[in-house]
Design a protein around this ligand. Structure first.
Ligand code: ATP
Ligand code: MG
Length: 427
């Protein structure tokens, strides 16, 4: 397909997932057959986060710029704005009932009433220091008739809406917004990552019942619990793939990069499963010559860390709110979930339905990236496409000579993002 003009006319969204190891930018478009297609994917290494929070804005900004450039080149368009993801601790989810203000008398519920309902709920103050990110209407009550999911066209005098209101720390939202702006992009809004990731990895049947999403990233593990499709709890553990690699690095006196390679290529968390006696030659720092170790040696170290992580997940899922409805299924995703035999060990330890979740529902994802580390970005792309406005994400044909950011500066009259306006915080 010829890149450029044809796509600009289309229905586009751009999303940025800022992780502890990488920034991932996805440009997604809706094709005429209504399927969603990734037209640009950019990934840039980044170590500007600590425990999921921005610690080095310059490093994050630089990675956003590089990933955006790559995605723009592929799609053949200049990226002007994007949604950014938020995960980690202090994502709150509240249930709110509210009466939707509408004129007197009995009349049919209109699309405008439903829009007004969301606006109205958005006006509630979140907890101090929190910023409302999503208002998701769940059910409506029409003159005492409960549990209506789609009231449009139905006649009623009073309309009540039950909504899920999700909020995140204002400080973290502002830091994300600033990093995106500094990379020359307008921040169109913030998406709560686990909610979007669930969209990309859950099977339709899993959306009924109680399901946990466990995203094992670089420096942290995000947990979210869903009950009949509604996110009811979130948690974060400060353990991710980094800690597994670091353990190997310390145990065998290896540089981090060598330990990472050893983990990915020869690692397992069930030492007796994976050619236990097979030998691997390594070169420890400070030793005269090479050292021969076995898969079992590597597996023993990774197993200890995996068992600790699984136990921490178990503790997080063992919360009073879920006493009546315990988690039935766990979908494990994120790059760290790919560690050999991790899913098997988790099944043995937790005795639940457990599977690896890779992103689905998007065309155009290169074979090399069809893995769980892209699940969050892919989910955000789907979420943005289905639930959020385009905000002029793709501006005009990409001109390689100008560079994406150089071109953008000319395009952007206002450097400050409009997150505050788009997300109904403190109104
Ligand atoms: N095949 C593999 N086997 C084991 N670990 C892997 C494999 N592939 C990637 N990883 C690990 O996945 C981790 C990165 O995962 P991911 O890309 O999901 O993190 P992130 O999104 O950058 O971070 P976070 O979500 O914590 O902010 C790294 O620690 C890496 O070692
Ligand atoms: Mg991640």
């Amino acid at each position: 397909m010829q890149k450029g003009m044809t796509l600009i006319q289309g229905d586009y969204r751009a999303v940025i997932d800022i992780g502890t190891t990488k920034v991932c930018v996805i440009l997604v478009a809706r094709r005429p057959d209504r399927r969603l297609e990734i037209t640009g994917l950019g990934i840039a290494q980044c170590d500007g986060l600590r425990k999921g929070v921005i610690a080095d804005t310059a490093a994050v900004t630089d990675a956003i710029r590089r990933a955006a450039e790559e995605a723009s080149q592929q799609a053949g368009v200049v990226l002007a704005a994007a949604y950014v993801g938020i995960a980690g601790t202090h994502i709150d989810s509240d249930d709110r009932w509210s009466a939707v203000p509408r004129g007197p008398g009995v009349r049919a519920v209109t699309q405008d009433d439903l829009v007004e309902a969301v606006k109205h709920v958005s006006k509630f103050d979140p907890a101090p220091g929190q910023h409302v990110l999503h208002v998701i209407p769940r059910t409506y009550t029409l003159d005492g008739l409960h549990g209506v999911h789609n009231p449009e066209g139905m006649h009623t005098q009073e309309l009540h809406v039950q909504s899920q209101v999700i909020s995140g720390p204002t400080e973290q939202v502002e830091a994300l917004e600033a990093a995106v702006n500094a990379a020359g992009l307008r921040c169109a809004g913030v998406i709560v990552e686990p909610m979007a990731t669930a969209d990309a990895v859950f099977e339709p049947a899993e959306k009924q019942g109680v399901v946990a999403l466990v995203d094992i990233g670089g420096g942290k593990t995000d947990i979210a619990v869903f009950h009949d499709g509604i996110m009811v709890a979130t948690a974060m553990l400060p353990v991710g793939g980094y800690q597994f690699t670091n353990d190997l690095s310390i145990a065998f006196s290896l540089p981090y990069a060598d330990a990472e390679k050893l983990k990915v290529e020869q690692g397992t968390v069930i030492p007796d499963f994976f050619h236990a006696a097979a030998e691997v030659v390594i070169r420890p720092t400070g030793m005269q010559g090479p050292l021969t170790i076995t898969h079992r040696d590597i597996g023993q170290i990774l197993k200890d860390r995996a068992e600790e992580l699984i136990e921490l997940v178990r503790m997080k899922l063992d919360i009073p709110a879920l006493a009546e409805t315990p988690v039935e299924t766990i979908v494990v995703t994120g790059g760290g979930a790919q560690l050999r035999d991790f899913i098997t060990l988790t099944k043995h330890s937790l005795q639940k339905k457990i599977r690896l979740g890779a992103p689905k529902g998007l065309d155009g994802l290169p074979e090399t990236h069809r893995d769980p580390s892209i699940a969050a970005a892919a989910g955000m792309a789907m979420w943005a496409m289905r639930n959020l406005p385009a905000e002029g994400h793709a501006a005009r044909p990409y001109e390689p000579s100008a560079g994406v950011i150089g071109t953008l500066r000319g395009l952007l009259p206002h450097a400050k993002s409009d997150v505050a306006k788009k997300t109904p915080a403190k109104v």
